[in-house]
Design a protein around this ligand. Structure first.
Ligand code: FAD
Ligand code: DLZ
Length: 508
């Protein structure tokens, strides 16, 4: 029988609501899934990330087969595997001779650019479906952005609240305010009860993938085991329900906190599941909203959480597709220092950096404030090349795909887009880390020393960053206070900060 559609499903499109599948016909169509070397190595992903994607793909294939689909699944170690999406699509087209290829739009610009050439290469129609897992289409975001001088997330978020009806009383936000962020900046105390994501035990499929990853990607960054991520939609749903029951009520209060030995605090650890397609973002938000209306979670927690998903997550994706490919090349602060080796080894006397990088190595996870205010802040202050920083973040986190990672890294964290995403750089001295964490008590450096021997490097690097970028940043209204403080500082003190920063940077 002739095959009508060959439906390609990529490793981050593992959703039964994938519109290319919804439009398909189990009797006449074939699903194609391919494990390809290029996707595992275009950046050298963390071992846990590769294992998560490959195991989730194999489980999704099994779920599709149980649901009546015929799936052509190409494994990484298949000797005929050409190692790229394009090569495998060409090979599959020759095998099945379908009338057309159907695929969901991909999450990365480089894949989209390639995909746009497939129709000619295959000599048959290629239908690229809109990714309806997102609440805001690329076209709708473009419309929202058109003619605006500033593309601030907060206004976009309000539109998304109205569009979804989440936490809305008619036209008004629940509780009377759109945003309860001011309540979400409490430092955590080490004696609080800390929920932990419940580990999912690897089954035979995952064990097979772990063996493959150990054998083939042994040189990649990160610990492969213990491997505890869920790899199915059911497992991801269980992780969501656990998060809501155990952690959501305190998610808001301690959203910005950091504690030694507590990699997750009250964060959900759901981004990898949502990004891979195992959890639907609107479903996640509706469950969180229900937890608020039932009285289980306070409004600052539910609103804060929902804002991350329908606000930040949708907004960065819109910005990515609006601005790529030029966005990736930006370097507004002209930072050129190579990424120091400590980002790969975690070997440093700075306790906050050691904690964030150490858990990244173990878990392929760090929460937002660690990414933004520790590893990101350090790279910003030290003037590290934002493209090297970007490649690091893309490689080391299980949830990292360029559509979400790049705007967060290049824009929010490194200010390399010159303020398109954020109104000022997220630059902070040791005082911030001391306020929001207990790291400074465990540190070889003294956070109260401003410069010189034993002083916290974040302190001198902070003022050095301001001085270095004065011409670019001093007219930013949100930086005026800091530049006024710098201007008031006696010359010898300014010199001491700068000398201390230079001496530290020499050691990297
Ligand atoms: P929670 O704190 O529990 O938040 C709930 C959900 O909100 C997350 O699961 C995620 O889906 C969403 N979310 C929260 N913040 C953001 C944000 N800024 N942008 C988009 N979605 C958000 N997120 C990724 O999914 N992939 C990345 O590659 C990624 N890279 C980042 C790089 C840098 C430099 C920074 C500062 C942030 C990055 N983020 C990225 C955003 C955020 O840090 C992660 O989404 C979050 O830490 C994931 O952990 P969680 O699921 O426990 O999130
Ligand atoms: C991240 C990843 C990895 C490691 N491996 C595969 C793979 O073998 N096959 C696949 O279809 N997808 C993989 N992915 C996810 C892709 O990198 C992702 O689909 C593209 O970057 C587009 O977002």
């Amino acid at each position: 029988m002739t095959i009508r559609n060959l439906i390609l499903v990529l490793g981050d499109q593992l959703s039964p609501r994938n519109p290319a599948l919804l439009a398909g016909d189990r009797a006449r169509d074939r699903v194609l899934m391919v494990e390809v070397a290029e996707e595992t190595t275009y950046v050298r992903h963390h071992k846990k990330k590769i294992a998560f994607i490959l195991s989730a793909m194999r489980h999704f294939c099994e779920a599709l087969r149980n649901d009546g689909w015929t799936v052509d699944y190409v494994r990484l170690d298949d000797p005929a595997n050409r190692g790229t999406f394009r090569g495998e699509v060409e090979r599959a087209a020759a095998r099945h001779d379908p009338e057309r290829l159907c695929v969901l739009e991909p999450g990365e610009w480089r894949v989209r650019a390639d995909m746009d050439t497939w129709q000619t290469a295959l000599g048959r129609p290629v239908d690229i479906f809109e990714d309806t897992r997102f609440l805001c289409s690329q076209a709708r975001f473009r419309q929202w952005a058109e003619g605006r001088k500033q593309l601030r997330m907060e206004y976009f978020y309000r539109e998304m609240r109205k569009a979804t009806g989440l936490l809305m009383n008619g036209d008004a936000p629940a509780g009377g305010q759109w945003n309860y962020d001011a309540e979400n900046r409490k430092p955590a105390k080490a004696d609080l009860f800390m929920p932990r994501p419940r580990p999912a035990a690897p089954d035979a499929i995952t064990r097979g993938v772990l063996d493959l990853v150990a054998a083939r990607f042994g040189e990649h960054f990160g610990d492969l085991e213990p491997f505890w991520f869920a790899v199915t939609a059911e497992g991801a749903e269980a992780a969501l329900q656990d998060f809501i029951a155990e952690a959501l009520p305190r998610f808001g209060d301690f959203q910005d906190a950091m504690l030694e030995g507590e990699p997750f605090l009250y964060h959900s650890v759901l981004s990898l599941y949502i990004n891979a397609g195992l959890l639907d973002p609107l479903h996640v938000c509706r469950q969180v909203e229900a937890a608020y209306y039932s009285g289980h979670a306070p409004l600052n927690a539910a609103e804060g959480f929902i804002r991350q998903i329908i606000g930040w997550r949708e907004y960065v994706r819109g910005l990515y597709w609006l601005k790529m490919p030029a966005y990736r090349e930006q370097n507004a602060l002209q930072a050129t220092r190579p990424l120091p080796a400590l980002y790969w080894t975690g070997e440093t006397d700075m306790a906050s950096m050691r904690a964030a990088i150490g858990q990244t190595k173990r878990e392929a996870y760090a929460h937002h404030i660690q990414r933004l205010m520790v590893t990101g802040n350090f790279a910003l202050l030290a003037g590290i090349d934002p493209h090297e920083v970007h490649e690091w973040y893309l490689a080391v986190y299980a949830d990292a795909f360029e559509w979400v990672e790049l705007p967060n890294t290049l824009g929010m964290s490194q200010y390399a887009d010159g303020g398109l995403l954020g109104s000022k750089p997220y630059a902070a001295s040791g005082a911030y880390i001391n306020r929001m964490s207990d790291h400074c008590g465990n540190c070889a450096y003294d956070v109260n020393r401003k410069y010189g021997e034993g002083a916290c490097p974040f302190n001198s690097l902070y003022w050095d960053f301001l001085a270095r970028n004065e011409a670019r940043l001093k007219d930013n209204p949100r930086m005026r206070q800091m530049y006024a403080a710098w201007a008031r500082m006696p010359d010898d003190k300014q010199q001491a900060y700068r000398a201390s920063a230079a001496a530290f940077l020499e050691t990297l």
